[in-house]
Design a protein around this ligand. Structure first.
Ligand code: SAH
Length: 250
């Protein structure tokens, strides 16, 4: 993914090198690799490598540029993350929506960007205005500011999830249901109910009371489980074995 990863994580004006390392780590755990740093205060810095903890390659490959213009070069789409509301009218996305939108805009040749602001002051309005939309991580309204690297983690995770979803959608239907059998048909389920009814009579479960209420509840339980054919077979197999043992005892 390293060379072709179309998602560019841009950190603007990062003050603490430790956050660059932690952001790199957050990215790598989620399979992202392209980090661009716009005018970082201290970089390179041993603290960045220390906090990268195994993601030093991302830190070392990070591209350092002077301006957001340079960072955005070659990008076809950009979203900016913000911890608070700004007097800017931009479409606002949740991290989940943002991941979907970003991936929609990636193509064979296209790059998309996700911007993160400074620890203390975030992104400037002019920087946000370069973006197609903004992303807000819904959080405690009384304390809405996540650590920079934590914000990178949340967004990277959502991108990962969306990618996995897309991969699953592309898999042939058969592979998707790898371990599931065919869903049971209604008459298979009905035969299970009949079998269960016989069994309960054999063990005198109802003891003269009406079976209606219990049957209704069991019916609801089994229907809710959306069983497949194999599962029905297992339950009916158990019932048959129990019936056989009962018959031997008589
Ligand atoms: N006081 C600053 C906080 C910056 S936190 C501000 O108001 O923007 C550093 C960076 O982490 C932010 O610029 C943003 O990129 C990201 N971030 C922190 N909390 C966030 C949140 N709730 N939603 C989206 N991004 C967030």
């Amino acid at each position: 993914m390293t060379l072709t990863d179309p998602i560019r994580i841009i950190l603007v004006g990062t003050q603490h090198p430790g956050n660059i390392g932690s952001a790199a780590r957050a990215m790598k755990t989620m399979g992202l690799s392209q980090l661009v740093l716009v005018a970082p205060k201290r970089f390179p810095d041993p603290e960045a490598n220390a906090l990268a903890a195994g993601a030093e390659d991302i830190v070392q490959q990070a591209r350092v540029v002077d301006s957001l213009d340079e960072a955005l070069q070659g990008c076809r789409y950009a979203l900016g993350t913000t911890a608070r509301d700004r007097a800017i009218s931009l479409p606002e996305y949740t991290p989940r929506e943002a991941a979907a939108v970003l991936l929609e805009h990636t193509g064979a040749d296209g790059q998309v960007a996700l911007l993160f602001g400074r620890e203390r002051t975030g992104l400037e309005n002019e920087e946000l205005m370069r973006c197609h939309g903004r992303v807000f991580i819904p959080c405690n309204p009384d304390y809405a500011s996540l650590n920079l690297a934590s914000a990178v983690q949340v967004l990277s995770y959502e991108i990962r999830l969306r990618r996995l979803e897309l991969e699953l959608e592309l898999l042939p239907a058969k592979a998707k249901v790898m371990d599931e059998g065919e869903p049971a048909s209604l008459d298979q389920i009905e035969r299970l109910f009949v079998h269960l009814g016989e069994f309960m009579d054999e063990i005198d479960f109802h003891k003269g009371r009406s079976p209606d209420m219990i049957n209704q509840r069991l019916r609801r339980l089994f229907l809710r489980a959306q069983m497949d054919e194999r599962e029905i077979k297992i339950i009916r197999g158990m019932l048959s074995d129990a019936q056989r043992l009962l018959a031997q005892k008589k």
